[in-house]
Design a protein around this ligand. Structure first.
Ligand SMILES: [Zn+2]
Length: 463
């Protein structure tokens, strides 16, 4: 009997660094190739050896373009991976943009740290550079949704929409006769633009590998907290800063702001989208809507074809650094949406530094804030946060709005697992912070009666 094994090379005990290795005989396939983010001890893991010689990997398949699922690819290629990288059309497009941005930020941060002398690396260095991203992008192979695609010897992958971000898929993998399902990140029902997540394909799976980001809680119902926070801020003459993941969260926020404008629920102040990456992603969403992409809800494509669902008439797109600087420390009320979503890098860091010390302003956190990030510190009520080696006092209002989450919560994950026609033989729970994955695994065992485990980092399990 040929031995098929799965190894958890990341996203075990943490929400980042998704990397799962399937192996049988001399075939090795990597599902997702993410970067570790958040706490310094996690970020340092990106410098550790992968746990397998990249040159021995036959192929890689990627669920979606978020950095914690694709951000390690250029390092993999740099370290000797010679194969192809399979992903959906928009995942390849968005990943290229996101990886370039990641390389640029790392290179800039390393240069800045070298100048200021506050890095632990001497000299400070980037994990990879933009040239590595260019080589990586040449390895991408587009795979259509719902078609069984061979990616390596006795290895077939079918990509199914997961409703998380444009291009995002969960993967049905057939590997040397075993069937394994990888959730990637599961979206929610009712995304304003994207089609509903697919049900689990028929038949029994030998294993289901599921995320558990919000596995231990339920999302709050939609309230007026978002518009209330905006209105209070504008009334006192302040501005609103929304750190947002460049891909999808920016789109969802812009759609919501347009609706609030149209319903006269917030004042018509200028809205600035201040992230070059978010603006590139925005164009891919516009293109998908105009081209009736199967990922876009039919009613959205019908209503907005040739028009812009992201602009209520006051959207300003700030592409260059000089344009961005014109809104530094805003004197007139406005709404600024800027990346990164957890305040760890990008232009939002400069806006946080300007705006946090002023009690007139409000920072609205709309996404998941991983431990160790500035966003998490703000959410936890920090009175000061460190930026570029300096402590910045937090006087601005901090609001956390959960309803924009593009991750399924515990109930939604259970509901999705229940769409399986036959119970999977076992479930591996990954992509949750310490304790959360275990909690969700216990729930799966008790509620669904399926063998479930939250694997440890580097754990190898024979299927
Ligand atoms: Zn994601």
């Amino acid at each position: 009997m040929r031995e098929v094994a799965i190894e958890f090379l990341g996203a075990a005990g943490t929400v980042t660094g998704s990397r799962f290795l399937l192996s049988c005989e001399d075939t090795r396939v990597l599902i997702d190739c993410g970067m570790f983010q958040g706490l310094k001890e996690l970020r340092l893991k990106n410098w550790n050896p992968l746990g397998i010689d990249p040159g021995a990997i036959s192929a890689v398949a990627i669920t979606h373009a978020h950095l914690d699922h694709c951000g390690y690819l250029p390092k993999l290629v740099k370290d000797g991976f010679k194969g192809k990288i399979f992903a959906t059309h928009y995942t390849t497009k968005l990943a290229e943009v996101i990886l370039h941005d990641s390389a640029r930020i790392q290179t800039e941060d390393a240069a800045y740290a070298a100048k200021k002398g506050f890095s632990k690396h001497n000299p400070p260095k980037a994990l990879y550079e933009e040239a590595d991203v260019e080589v990586t992008a040449q390895r991408f192979v587009e795979a259509p949704f719902h078609e069984r695609t061979q990616i390596a010897r006795e290895t077939f992958v079918t990509f199914h929409p997961s409703g998380h971000i444009l291009g995002a898929a969960f993967l049905e993998v057939e590997f040397f006769g075993k069937r394994i399902l990888f959730s990637g990140d599961m979206g929610r029902h009712g995304h304003p633009l994207l089609v509903e997540p697919d049900n689990i394909p028929a038949g029994q799976f030998d294993a289901l590998v599921t995320e558990s980001t919000y596995g231990d809680r339920e999302h709050e119902p939609v309230t007026t907290q978002f518009e209330d926070a905006i209105n209070r801020t504008i009334e006192r003459g302040g501005s609103v800063l929304i750190p947002a993941f460049a891909v999808d969260r920016t789109e969802v926020i812009l759609v919501r702001l347009r609706e609030l404008y149209e319903q006269n629920k917030i004042a018509r102040v200028p809205i600035y989208a201040d992230s070059p990456m978010a603006l590139k992603a925005l164009d891919f969403y516009r293109e998908a809507i105009d081209n009736n992409s199967p990922e876009i809800r039919t009613e959205v494509a019908a209503e907005w074809k040739g028009r812009d669902p992201f602009d209520a008439g006051s959207l300003h797109e700030l592409h260059t650094v000089d344009e961005s600087k014109t809104i530094n420390n805003p004197q007139q009320p406005c709404i600024i949406i800027s990346a990164s979503g957890m305040g760890t890098g990008g232009r939002v860091v400069h806006h946080l530094r300007d705006m946090l010390p002023n009690p007139k302003h409000t920072v609205i956190l709309v996404g998941y804030q991983a431990m160790g990030t500035r966003g998490r510190n703000l959410a936890d009520g920090a009175e000061e946060v460190k930026m570029h080696g300096e402590m910045v006092p937090v006087k601005a209002s901090i609001e956390q709005v959960q309803s924009f989450s593009v991750h399924a919560d515990g109930n939604e994950l259970i509901e999705w697992i229940n769409t399986a026609s036959e119970k999977p033989k076992r479930i591996f729970v990954v992509h949750g912070e310490a304790g959360v994955a275990e909690t969700f695994a216990d729930r799966v065992k008790q509620q669904l009666g399926i063998d479930a485990l939250a694997p440890k980092l580097a754990q190898r399990i024979v299927l």
